[in-house]
Design a binder for this molecule. Structure first.
Ligand code: NAD
Length: 325
């Protein structure tokens, strides 16, 4: 007789953009989810509470509002089989200056606390949400995981520190850790500081949209459902302990192309203004996803244009509920 064992997952950053989608998908696939978030001030608490609305309808969901950078976390991880660590201080541009302290706190210290709590236990998979920002201005595109990381921003540096912490706990304690380098994730509920969300707001309100540089910079945009599928696969895949994977969308487009596509989808010409390139922004990103294809059976399925159309449709539907930036 087949006995199905219910997976118990911990999702940190469950009220965030990607964490809330991951939480819902885990619940839909039959897992119990313990969600953690501290409602960090990188954007509005009200938006994060709204991100949690669908998850709250599930009996299998429990929310714990704690700050991972404080206190012991052993009780939190005790009953969990899969730990998805997405909580972080995200974003390249705010990572300069005085806010860097928060990047160290929420990206390095919080990760170390969680790893300390997990290190003595066996049978727990730890999935760390890293970033393409660890590569900096990569010398080769698409970039393979074997490229030497050289972050170009304080944010990238803290995400790489988190990866190294996972590696160190894997090497010394045998911790079953996997790191995923997400490439620019987009889709419904995207963070309000991210380009597509700002673009949707500008087009809807017929306001200007600032492009930093010539707009020919390219990104390997990854639709959020693809990111979630890869993350869930990493939670249970065999033979991947200690490894790092690129999770990209499978193709690159320029910001100018994305803006033009949204203009066509929305039926309105975006009003673009040019601004100087911002410190920390890299020119291009591109993921070599061969390793994830093989080991995680990862197959990104949403094209940038289809994804932009979905994000626009969602944005228009929820426009009255968007926070003011
Ligand atoms: N969005 C992207 O394009 C992208 C790209 C690469 C990597 N990532 C990584 O993916 C993860 C999720 O990113 P996101 O865009 O969903 O960001 P997000 O800000 O929407 O979500 C992160 C959540 O973590 C929470 N948090 C922060 N510090 C915490 C702490 N100390 N204790 C508890 N909760 C805390 C925040 O309140 C927030 O809700 C992050 O680790 C980020 O670095 C995101």
């Amino acid at each position: 007789m087949l006995v199905s064992v219910r997976v118990k997952a911990l999702v940190t950053g469950c009220a965030g953009f990607i964490g809330s989608h991951l939480t819902e998908s885990l619940l839909e696939h039959g897992a119990e989810v313990l969600g953690v978030d501290c409602f960090n001030d990188n954007y509005g608490r009200s938006q994060k509470l709204r991100n949690l609305e669908l998850a709250q309808d599930w009996d299998g969901f429990e929310f714990v509002p704690i700050d991972l950078a404080r206190g012991a976390l052993e009780d939190l991880v005790e009953d969990c089989d899969q730990i998805f660590h997405l909580a972080a201080e995200p974003g390249v541009r705010p990572s300069w200056g005085s806010r860097f302290e928060l990047y160290v706190r929420n990206n390095v210290l919080a990760t170390q606390h969680l790893l300390e709590a997990v290190k003595g236990s066996s049978g727990k998979r730890f999935v760390y949400a890293s970033s393409s920002s660890v590569y900096g201005d990569a010398e080769q595109l698409p970039t393979a995981e074997s490229a030497v990381p050289a972050p170009f921003s304080p944010y990238g540096l803290t995400k790489l520190s988190g990866e190294h912490l996972c590696r160190v706990y894997h090497a010394n304690y045998g911790l079953d850790a996997v790191s995923l380098r997400y490439f620019t994730v987009f889709g419904p509920r995207q963070r309000p500081d991210m380009a597509f969300q700002i673009l949707c707001a500008a087009v809807l309100a017929d306001q200007t949209f600032e492009i930093y540089g010539d707009g020919e910079q390219t990104r390997d945009f990854t639709y959020v459902s693809d990111t979630v599928a890869a993350t869930m696969a990493a939670g249970s895949a065999h033979g991947v302990s200690g490894r790092t994977f690129n999770i990209g969308g499978g193709s690159r487009i320029s910001l100018n192309e994305a803006v033009a596509a949204l203009g066509e989808i929305a039926g309105r010409e975006p009003r673009v203004v040019r601004r100087p390139v911002q410190r920390g922004d890299v020119r291009d990103t591109g993921a070599d996803i061969e390793a994830a294809r093989t080991a995680l059976h990862y197959r990104p399925s949403v094209s940038p244009i289809d994804g932009i159309a979905s994000q626009w449709a969602w944005f228009v539907e929820h426009a009255g509920r968007q926070p003011v930036q």
